[in-house]
Write a new protein. Sequence first.
Length: 64
Amino acid sequence: MSLDHKIRLIAGSFILLSLAIGWWVTPWAFLFTAFVGVNLIQSSFTRWCLMEDILKATGIHERE
C-alpha cells in the first residue's frame, strides 16, 4: 500500500471515529474532526503532512 493510501485510510478512519464519539459520547470530539480537516487542507497547500512524517519515523511505512 502506498504512503498516500495509508494517509487517506488513517484520515478517513480518524474522521469517522471522531464523528461516532462526538455523536454518542461528547460533542467535544467534533474538534478532532475539525483538526483532521484543517490538516488535510493545510497539507494540500504546503505539501507537508504530519502523518506522513509520523509513518516514516515509526517505520510503519518504509520506502519502496
